[in-house]
Design a protein around this ligand. Sequence first.
Ligand code: ATP
Ligand code: MG
Length: 391
Amino acid sequence: MREILLAKLGEVVLKGLNRRGFEDVLLANIRRRVAAFGPFDVREAQSTVYVTPKEGADLDAAGERIAKVFGIATFSRACELPKDLGAICAGAAEYLNRELSAAGTFKVECRRSDKKFPYRSPEICARVGGYLQEKFPRLRVDVEHPGFTVRVEVRDFAAYVHGSARRGAGGIPVGTGGKAAVLISGGIDSPVAAWMMARRGVELTAVHFASPPYTSERAEQKAADLLRRVGEYAGRMTMFTVPFAKVQEEILARCPEEFFTVIMRRFMMRAAERIAVGQGCGALVTGESLGQVASQTLQAIACTDAAARMPVFRPLIGMDKVDIIALARRIGTYDLSILPYEDCCTVFTPRHPRTRPALEAVLRAEEPLDAEALLADCAARVKTTKIEPNR
Ligand code: ATP
Ligand code: MG
């Protein structure tokens, strides 16, 4: 009995004329992700992607991968059967034997997209249901609250039988939404922000600010490790590491302490924007959330924003920390994020940061700095790392 993966398209189906383009990107993404697990045939028909293993392919591993491909609403393992009612009945009993033996109640759902198949859906349900009840005499039908649902799909080339479907990653395919540069720290928030943007189809580039000798090699490593996890969903990307200690030392030496953080963040925006422009990105992304810390008040964010010309997306802006943590756990970044390595933001934290800075005051405070020279120095010493997602 041949098993395949059936993946149902998510929001892609809402795309009108662009739909073809979205589907092509999705299929290419799926092909690239499952290729590590052997040869697969991947094609699409009637809002469903068929992932069919060939000789030697690992379907379990492919299923785990598919769960992390944006653009898929739900997916399931299914067995492929000839389009013959007898074969469907016998195949369902054999393929779902374990589930049906354990269930108390069940029902059969059917979709017939091949309208030439001689039986209509209600009839298929009744026939398959009757057959299964005979085979599993303990089973009772319960159409309202079934303990287990048998799903039969009669499609163009074959019939498919499967049990429950798994929830997919949702969103739209990475590569259909342009490109953005995410400012990635080693914290909890920025990896979640990166994931949220990738889920909206955005291809990512990453910018990390490191402050050796104040921060260690391990801190930078941590950012790269986090990106590898995000990359399981977002695909491969490049991380640009910007040495930032000199900028921080200059701010510390020449600007009032209460403005340190907001000025530093403005420099982060400027340095990141230059990299973003060079990489063809249309936006910056940060993990800021309103009111979370002194630099994330409405006024502080306004001052940070004013340093960039590009739109700055902050997908976590309205989220509570507990919700961000729940999402971090779900996407698998949380345990890494809480490892204790210092971040460049924490090495020179002022004791009394200005929580409601006015832009004119910040601009005045910034005046003693030679911004152009500092940014040029950052640009000259940027290091790039290729991030290959974890398998
Ligand atoms: P996170 O958990 O993402 O570190 P945070 O709550 O600690 O966020 P901040 O330290 O104020 O908040 O940083 C706000 C945002 O600025 C981060 O979400 C990230 O996008 C960016 N950022 C902070 N530190 C760095 C860094 N070292 N390199 C790149 N971006 C950074
Ligand atoms: Mg942080």
